[in-house]
Design a protein around this ligand. Structure first.
Ligand code: ARG
Length: 459
C-alpha cells in the first residue's frame, strides 16, 4: 500500500478500507493528463522561484521519463498505489529522491484531480466532436446522391407524404450538427484551469495561476478556489450532450432496424456490419444498430448517476466526487464507439431505391396534394379534404392508388378534376413543388446541401 499520507495515523489502514477508497483501477486512465498537469505546475513553480531552476528541470525531465516509460510498457501502473497521483509522485521520489518530494508544493490532490478530469474530458470532447464531423460527412454524401430518391415520409409510422432520402438524412444532419454546437458551447465554458485552487482555499505560495492555465491551453484560471475543486458542471454538461447524441443515434438506429426489416427492405446493411443466428441460417441481423440503441441507456445512466452524486455535496471537495469517473469513462468510450460504428454501418449500407419509391406510391402519400389540387381550383380546403377522403375510401375498397383512378372515376366524386391532376399528384410533383426553406423539393434541398457543405469545410 503506497500512500501519500499517514503522519497523523497510528494504525495501518484496514485492507478493505484501503481497497474501497482506492481509485487507481480507474483513474490510471488519465496518467498522461496527470503528468502533463504536474509538468505545468512545476514549470510555474520554477518560474516563480518557488523551486530552483535545477530542481524544476530535474523534475520535469523525470516526469517526462515516467510518461515515456508508462507508454512504452516499461513502467506498469499497479494497484500497489492508492491513485494515479500517488503512483506518479512515488515513482518520481524513487527516481529523484528529495527533489521529487517538492513536486506537490502548493498543490492538493483536490485541485490536481479536478485538473486531470477536466483535461481528460476536454480531450474526449474533441474526439467526440471529430467523430461527429465524420458522421456528418457520411450523411452529407448520402444526401448529395439522393435528392431525387423518393421515399415515403412517416408520421405515427404511417405513410404521410412523399419526401426524398436526402431530406430524411438531412434531418439527422441537423441533429448531429446541433450536437457539435453543444460540444463547442461546453468547451467554451469548461476551458478554465482549476489548478492552484489548493485543497479549497488557494495557497500561500505566490503561484502564477494564469501561467499554468496558459501552459495547459486553458483560457485562464477558475475564479473561485472552492468552486475550482468541486465543480463538476462541465462533466454533467458533457454527459448531457453525450446522452443527446446517443438519443439521436438511437432514433436513427431504430429507423435502420425498421428499414432493414423483411417488411420494409428499404436498406440492406452490409455483411461486415451484420451478424447471423446460431440456429436460423437465413438470418442477417442488424445487431450494431440494436447495440447502439441499447447502449443509449448506459450513457443516460452515467448522467443520472453524476447528477445524483453531486446533488447533496456540501462545498468544497468530498470523496463522493471520486464517483464521477468510472461511469463517465464508460459513457465517453461508449459514445465514441457508437458514433464510429454507426458511421461505418451507414457508409456501407445499401439503399433500395426501387422499394422506397414503390412504398411511397402506395399509402396515399399524395392525398394532401390531391386536396391542394382542388383548392387551387377554387374548392375550400375543408371540402377538398372531405372529397379526397372519399377518394381514398374508394381506392382502399378497390385496392388501387389515387393515380390509378380514371378521370371518370375522379369526376364522379368531384367534377373539378381535369386531366392535369395526374401530373399534379405525381410523386415527383409532390416532392419538387415543396420548395420552402427546409422542404424536400430538389432545389430547396440543394441549397441546404450547399450550405451544410460549407459548414463542414469551415467547422
Ligand atoms: N481519487 C480522488 C478523486 O478521484 C482524488 C482526490 C483525493 N483527494 C482527497 N482529499 N482524498 O476524487
Amino acid at each position: 500500500m503506497a500512500q501519500l499520507w499517514g503522519g497523523r495515523f497510528t494504525k495501518q489502514t484496514d485492507k478493505l478500507v484501503y481497497n474501497f477508497n482506492a481509485s487507481i483501477s480507474f483513474d490510471q486512465k488519465f496518467y498522461k493528463q496527470d503528468i502533463e498537469g504536474s509538468i505545468a505546475h512545476v514549470r510555474m513553480l520554477g518560474k516563480q522561484g518557488i523551486l530552483t531552476e535545477e530542481e524544476m528541470q530535474a523534475i520535469v525531465a523525470c516526469l517526462k521519463e515516467i510518461l515515456a516509460d508508462v507508454e512504452a510498457g516499461r513502467l506498469v501502473i499497479t494497484d500497489e498505489y492508492e491513485d494515479i497521483h500517488s503512483f506518479v509522485e512515488a515513482n518520481l521520489i524513487d527516481r529523484l529522491g528529495d527533489t521529487g518530494k517538492k513536486l506537490h508544493t502548493g498543490r492538493s490532490r483536490n485541485d490536481q484531480v479536478a485538473l486531470d478530469m477536466r483535461l481528460y474530458t476536454r480531450e474526449e470532447l474533441l474526439h467526440v466532436d471529430a467523430l461527429l464531423k465524420e458522421l456528418l460527412g457520411t450523411i452529407l454524401h448520402i444526401m448529395e446522391q439522393n435528392t431525387e430518391t423518393i421515399m415515403p415520409g412517416f408520421t405515427h409510422l404511417q405513410k404521410a407524404q412523399p419526401i426524398t432520402l436526402a431530406h430524411h438524412m438531412g434531418a439527422y444532419f441537423e441533429m448531429f450538427k446541433r450536437d457539435r454546437l453543444r460540444l463547442h458551447d461546453i468547451y467554451e465554458r469548461m476551458n478554465y484551469c482549476p489548478l492552484g485552487s489548493g485543497a479549497l482555499a488557494g495557497t500561500t505560495y505566490p503561484l502564477d495561476r494564469a501561467y499554468t492555465a496558459e501552459l495547459l491551453g486553458f483560457y485562464g484560471p477558475t475564479l473561485n478556489s472552492m468552486d475550482g475543486v468541486s465543480d463538476r458542471d462541465y462533466l454533467i454538461e458533457f454527459l448531457s450532450a453525450c446522452a443527446t447524441i446517443m438519443m439521436h443515434l438511437s432514433r436513427f438506429s431504430e429507423e435502420v432496424i425498421i428499414w432493414n426489416s423483411n417488411e420494409y427492405q428499404f436498406v440492406e446493411i452490409d455483411d461486415a456490419y451484420s451478424t447471423g443466428s446460431s440456429i436460423m441460417p437465413q438470418k442477417k441481423n442488424p445487431d450494431i444498430a440494436e447495440l447502439v440503441r441499447g447502449k443509449t441507456g448506459r450513457v443516460y445512466g452515467a448522467l443520472m448517476s453524476l447528477l445524483t452524486t453531486m446533488k447533496g455535496i456540501p462545498l468544497a471537495y468530498n470523496k463522493d466526487m471520486q464517483e464521477d469517473k468510472e461511469l463517465s469513462f464508460d459513457a465517453m468510450d461508449t459514445v465514441k464507439g457508437c458514433i464510429a460504428l454507426f458511421n461505418g454501418m451507414l457508409a456501407t449500407m445499401k439503399f433500395n431505391r426501387e422499394r422506397m419509391r414503390a412504398s411511397a406510391n402506395g399509402g396515399f402519400t399524395n392525398a394532401t396534394d390531391a386536396a391542394d389540387y382542388l383548392v387551387n381550383h377554387g374548392v375550400p380546403f375543408r371540402d377538398a379534404h372531405g372529397i379526397v377522403g372519399q377518394i381514398v375510401l374508394y381506392c382502399i375498397e378497390k385496392g388501387i392508388a389515387i393515380d390509378d383512378m380514371s378521370l371518370e372515376e375522379l369526376k364522379a366524386i368531384s367534377p373539378v378534376f381535369e386531366d392535369d391532376v395526374y401530373e399534379a399528384i405525381s410523386m415527383e410533383t409532390c416532392v419538387n413543388k415543396r420548395l420552402t426553406v427546409g422542404a424536400p423539393g430538389k432545389e430547396a434541398m440543394e441549397q441546404v446541401i450547399a450550405a451544410e457543405k460549407k459548414y463542414l469545410e469551415e467547422e
